[in-house]
Design a protein around this ligand. Structure first.
Ligand code: PLP
Length: 460
């Protein structure tokens, strides 16, 4: 079907996520027809560099032969069988492979390893399962009253109601407040705009002290602390200072609260380590993984728990201690086959070693762009970065929301063949891990040009 018919049908029938559909309907949507490597191609034949890995999932780009082959091979055997009452070959093999990978990546003699894999479909359901698992775990331990959670301001854990309850982004989550369960909120480690009004040079990480104050007072009510290790991504690419994650681990252990690491965005190499927790030698009690897990091929997620948590759910049939959670597509065999290919590719292509010079290149560029008059702050964790644009660099005054400065940059750079999806005025940079250095440099140059032209225009 040609572009004009496709775009007309899209505007007539498709309701896009996080999108003002009135504006969309008046626009000229890009309709993607195919992809190859780090590029996506629209049905009118124009190629775009996929600067956000199709919402942070296509870590190896598009049409990766090994993943294509694994998916095709699995389809020739079986597309789906349930894990409710059955096991399946790919889900068994993937679970074993993930446990090995987690053990190798997050070794710690003092903390129990992660040993049990619970499958679901996406980042939100992985979080939803983790929250329910932590809550039910404490009930089984005979500890009652732990009916709340603790999360960070500016946290994003997904869009289902449990994940929204743990979320801390007013603009996304505020609307649903009357529907949400109780969640205590601790300050985000957003040093550029510190909620406590402190300067990073002298703060001694007072945000961790604030978390301790909440835990000291309320730990009997709190089942789990949930955080995005190292980088609060959707909240505006807020990179936590070194030691913050370790501090959270220490507090969870001290106050007897489960630590849930939501590595949906950071997992699978994005921060330069296989898992972000590894950078601070932290082992959580539960980890949530999705996005890069299947290399952007299929919706699949895992919630992985320690043996201690798993054991609490064991009992006689009549005790009804099983975990009350599950989805129709849980452990989908094609998704698991894709994920097995992804894990193999990390070894086969030595992805993390080859990523290092690209992280250095990105870091250098981030330092350079910071000199620009309207770049207030840059933040990164490995190969995920944000550039915060501001109206006034001295006062850190933000642009008015209706100026849509971040969007204007994205639209401008789109004309230069780069697709980006900003978070407000934070320009998100998250290309596939396998992007070539040449393409990375070309992308960064174009983003810089667009930042300059849009912000200079807005200041005249
Ligand atoms: C840290 C984190 N958790 C959970 C989610 C939700 O994932 P999904 O969109 O697959 O439901 C996201 C999505 O961006 C995320 O960044």
């Amino acid at each position: 079907m040609d572009y004009y018919n496709l775009s007309a049908l899209d505007r007539k029938y498709v309701w896009h996520p996080f999108t003002q559909m009135k504006e969309w309907a008046e626009g000229d949507p890009i309709v993607i027809g195919e992809g190859s490597g780090c590029f996506i191609k629209d049905v009118r034949g124009r190629w775009y560099l996929d600067g956000v890995s199709s919402l942070w999932v296509n870590i190896f780009g598009h049409r990766k032969k090994e993943i294509d082959d694994a998916v095709k091979k699995q389809i020739d055997r079986i597309a789906h069988s349930t894990l409710l009452g059955l096991a399946s070959e790919p889900s068994v093999l993937l679970a074993a492979r993930l446990i090995r990978l987690l053990g190798e990546s997050l070794p710690d003699d003092t903390m129990p390893p992660l040993t049990r894999v619970f499958y679901s479909d996406n980042g939100s359901t992985a979080v939803e399962a983790a929250l329910k698992m932590a809550f039910q775990y404490w009930l089984h331990k005979g500890v009652t009253g732990k009916n709340a959670f603790l999360s960070l301001n500016m946290a994003y854990h997904g869009d289902t109601i449990g994940a929204v309850s743990a979320g801390g982004i007013e603009i996304f989550h505020g609307t649903f407040k009357p529907l949400l369960f109780k969640t205590f909120r601790s300050p985000a480690p957003y040093c550029y705009r510190c909620e406590l009004g402190l300067d990073r040079g002298i703060c001694a990480m007072a945000c961790i002290d604030e978390m301790e104050r909440i835990l000291e007072e309320h730990h009997k009510e709190i089942a789990a602390v949930i955080i995005e290790p190292k980088m609060q991504a959707a909240g505006g690419m807020i990179a936590a200072p070194d030691g913050f994650l370790r501090g959270v681990r220490r507090l969870c252990t001290k106050y007897g609260v489960t630590l849930i690491a939501d590595e949906v965005a950071t997992g699978f190499g994005r921060t330069g380590r296989m898992f972000a927790c590894a950078s601070e030698g932290v082992v959580p009690d539960i980890i949530c993984l999705s996005k890069g897990l299947t290399g952007g091929y299929l919706p699949l997620a895992v919630t992985v728990a320690t043996e201690e948590i798993y054991n609490a759910f064991l009992g006689e049939y009549g005790q009804m201690k099983q975990f009350f959670h599950g989805h129709s597509y849980t452990g989908n065999p094609i998704g698991c086959a894709a994920a097995l290919a992804v894990v193999d590719l990390f070894d086969k292509e030595d992805i993390l070693t080859r990523l290092r010079p690209k992280i250095e290149r990105l870091d250098k560029w981030l330092r350079q762009i910071l000199r620009h008059d309207h770049v207030g702050n840059t933040r990164s964790a490995g190969f995920m970065a944000g550039v915060e644009l501001v109206k006034n660099k001295e006062t850190r005054e933000a642009y008015p929301i209706e100026d849509k400065t971040g969007w204007k940059v994205a639209l401008d750079v789109r004309k230069k063949g780069v697709f980006l999806r900003p978070l407000g005025d934070c320009i998100v940079i998250m290309p596939p891990l396998t992007i070539s250095e040449e393409n990375l440099t070309a992308m960064l140059t174009r983003i810089e040009e667009s930042i300059c032209s849009v912000t200079e225009k807005s200041s005249v």
